[in-house]
Design a protein around this ligand. Structure first.
Ligand SMILES: [Zn+2]
Length: 442
């Protein structure tokens, strides 16, 4: 039993508690309240701290830690074309090292549940999917890797070179095998698999249809990229005679079991369809800015009732992006587009927690601090310099993210005083640097 006490609690789903406690037994929260907790337990003094639910990262490509900074400018399509050949050289060691660093970095910015979207599987280079799962076990985060795929190379009108795509049969059998081997649907699961073909411009319509059938027959979720850039709009109009969201809907890819990365360029009708079908959006504001994609209409999606979570996206298009910082980025960019009442700090915090939990289908387990939910908790130091601001949520969200005093995943401490306690900072950083050198061949 662990009791965090004297802490400012932001449960996200209920009223804030200026001085209260969170009691944790095993991997669950057993009580949250004001004042002192009467029961036994190891005490953690939360004085000067803000307690939030652990953050949920809804979109990433962990392998990209190894190719950060390699293509620092350009549009999405220019950046992808420059990156595909390099990514085609990765092996299981690169993926393990990149994932260790990427997941460690996420943990250090308050993330307790991470999804990943891995869609390149060069032949004869080891078990890449298993490599990232091992890394997540070592770092200690709840993990939702998507078995990604691409089957539409350049000769078929797609964007990637033919040598980095797989055949549809290989993809479907490997995806089914990954779900059977790893997916744990139980309450409190540390590992769930999604089916995740890459994007309209690298995947055939047939693979999208078959992937949706496979995921639904196995009871797992669906993830892909959608409506990220105007180039993608043009590609879809040219190749399929419709815009990306219409195309996805025609293939059965809107629904409560689907979450889509980016969704920057949505029509009013798309927003209504997302809300009506419960389709989730993984909002990645830094990546969208970095690639000049645009500012997504996420405050409109939230107002319409559609699930919206936050994501850092792959590190090669969003270098060193901390998940906690995306709360600020989302808030500021929505205000830059729509005005100062577009997104409050508390709404952006909700996006990072309950919004992400809804996208991953785990709203009953994570995303808020409530008795019965999993003990995924972040403690932020809002004393020191931050004590100049009375509202601790404003202190947390408006400027540089305050220090992370502790990160707890399922009752276990993963970060303490800003440093990883599962693998060390030094091990995670070195793993990422070695993966980078190995991928670049020097
Ligand atoms: Zn992405």
């Amino acid at each position: 039993m662990i009791v965090i006490e004297n802490v400012y609690v932001v449960p996200v789903t209920g009223a804030e508690i200026p001085s209260g406690y969170i009691a944790i037994d095993g991997d669950r929260i057993v009580a949250v309240g004001a004042g002192a907790y009467e029961g036994e337990g190891e005490r953690v003094d939360g004085r000067g701290c803000l307690a939030t639910p652990g953050f949920v990262n809804t979109h990433h490509h962990l392998y990209q830690w190894a190719s950060q900074g390699v293509t620092p400018d350009g549009t999405l399509f220019e950046w992808l074309v420059a990156s595909y050949r390099l990514w085609g050289r990765m092996d299981a060691e690169v993926v393990h090292g990149a994932a260790t660093a990427g997941l460690g970095w996420l943990a250090k910015s308050g993330c307790t549940t991470a999804s990943d979207h891995h869609y390149i599987f060069p032949k004869g280079r080891g078990d890449l999917f298993d490599a990232e799962i091992q890394a997540a076990r070592e770092v200690g985060l709840r993990f939702h890797p998507g078995r990604g795929s691409m089957d539409r190379g350049r000769s078929q009108g797609g964007l990637p070179p033919d040598e980095v795509v797989e055949s549809m049969d290989d993809i479907l059998s490997a995806t089914e095998a990954a779900v059977r081997k790893y997916h744990d649907p139980s309450f409190g699961s540390m590992l769930r698999i999604a089916v995740a073909p890459c994007s309209p411009f690298s995947v055939s319509g047939q693979l999208m249809l078959e992937s949706a059938d496979l995921a639904r027959s196995m009871g797992v979720r669906l993830h892909t990229h959608g409506a990220e850039t105007l180039d993608e709009d043009e590609h879809c109009k040219e190749q399929f005679g419709m815009l990306p969201v219409q195309y996805l809907e025609s293939l059965g890819w809107l629904g409560p079991d689907v979450w889509l990365a980016h969704c920057v360029h949505l029509t009013d009708d798309d927003i209504r369809r997302f809300a009506a079908t419960g389709t989730g959006t993984a909002h990645c504001p830094s990546s969208n800015g970095r690639l000049g994609a645009g500012i997504a209409r996420v405050s409109e999606l939230m107002r319409a009732g559609a699930p919206v979570g936050l994501g850092v996206d792959g590190a090669a298009s969003s270098e060193m992006t901390p998940l906690a910082g995306e709360i600020r980025m989302a808030m500021l960019l929505q205000r830059a587009r729509y005005g100062p009442d577009a997104l409050t700090a508390r709404q952006a915090l909700e996006m990072a927690t309950m919004g992400g939990a809804r996208c991953l289908g785990r709203a009953d387990e994570i995303g808020s601090l409530e008795a019965g939910k999993l003990a995924d908790v972040a403690l932020w130091r809002v004393d020191g310099f931050y004590a100049a601001i009375d509202d601790p949520v404003v202190a947390f969200a408006y400027g540089q993210t305050p220090p992370l005093a502790r990160l707890i995943v399922g009752g276990k401490t993963v970060v303490e005083d800003g440093e990883l306690r599962t693998v060390s900072d030094q091990v995670a950083a070195e793993a990422g640097a070695v993966a980078h050198r190995r991928l670049l061949g020097n």
